[in-house]
Design a protein around this ligand. Sequence first.
Ligand code: ADP
Length: 480
Amino acid sequence: MKIVIATSEAVPYAKTGGLADVTGSLMKEYISLGKDAYLFLPLYRIIKDRFSLNDTGLNIKVNLVGRLINSRILSIGKRVFLIECDDFFDRNELYGTPFGDFHDNAERFIFFSRAILEALMKMGLRPDIIHCNDWQTAMIPLYLKTVYNNDFFKKTSTVMTIHNMGYQGIFEMEKFGLTGLGWEWFNMEGIEFYGRINLLKAGLISADIITTVSNHYATEILTPEYGHGLDGVLRKRAKDLKGILNGIDIEEWNPETDRLISGNFNSNDISKKQKCKEALVRECNLTSIIKKAPVICFIGRLSKQKSVDLLFEAAGKIVNLGAGLIIFGRGDAELEAMVSNLKDIHKGRIFVRLGYDEAFAHRVYAGSDIFIMPSRYEPCGLGQMIAMRYGTIPVARKTGGIADTIEDYNPLSDSGTGFLFEGLNINDMLCSIRVAVTLFSCKDRWYGLIKRAMEKDFSWKRSALRYIDLYESLSKKKSF
Ligand code: ADP
């Protein structure tokens, strides 16, 4: 069975968020399971700068409304293929700057989706499965039913994974022509969306199977509250919608062997976690926090989805509990500016770092005591799983994958792996933080919490096997 993963980002090549972790880890898992899998990515500047590339000698031409774009297919090793188009991808960022998306994202990813299909034909690589991810590659399933409905792809099935309903690839109607589809697709049953076009919708109406990254989120997105306007489309396909929980790369995120942190530890001996904490407190200049108070951290995109606005409002009250607070991430310019101010207002108690830095993320996960994740919605969320693996206890809003991965602490049975709250408001969040901070001083109970959290199995293997089962059942259907 030949599997193609079509994605706009994948670790270790290019990453802006969890999507890259998922596609990169799945690929790694498939290879270790001996599967015949291939990864297709755009050739971004960051990949050119950091990897040595081979020219496959193959060129393709992609027709983008009369504009014939020539593109080379490059590779890294035998299984990772890069679509070159410098006009579109030789830029510093993947999708846009903090001030907004690139104006030509429709062109860039419609091109990319078609280029993958052209490349497969040129390479003679007939996939049994094309696994598409988010709006950037969501045109592929629809293309296979229209423009590329040909003999070459007759055995190909498609899986469309939704990593985040909040990003749908919505563009002005004028961009419809770029798709090369007939106008019969510009209506409610097609990819029209309130007078505009919606690329994710292409995948939702035409993929053989739709998956999303947790069971909880799979039910949430059928409701108007979480469906972002596509819940009706999804309800029609509810029987083809499955939740498969993401995992994390347990080799990259392993406190026992991690070379990026000050001391290694495991669930039976967490003594070196204290060393990581001391180093982090020094690095972040948290000089005014109470000795023995917990360090609370936020790591993630600074976006409304992650409730950074709530965190900003509650920050003063959090540090009044004696705790230190680290806010680390990058994202919307407005939120970046807002949280940036906090470190001057609460000098020595709040540390804010804007930017993207994997090594620093490791140090923060390892050295903190509590991980705060008040997300408005969270398809799966990787941060809470990574934090638990490093014995950093999550305080998180019970939504999406958070509900599937964190077991709420129960003081009566002294069980659970974190603290959950439901209301999307400061009071509920602060209430949970207070409980966590109080429990932090009950050393036996806190250690029990750490041990249980660290021993949870969040490895990819289980999820990868579920995807493989799905692929196999699809390809069996096609061969009948
Ligand atoms: P998202 O909605 O952004 O995909 P997830 O929780 O699913 O959120 O995944 C976020 C991933 O990105 C995690 O691996 C997290 O550690 C990482 N990450 C987020 N922000 C940063 C940053 N500023 N620097 C390094 N890694 C980051």
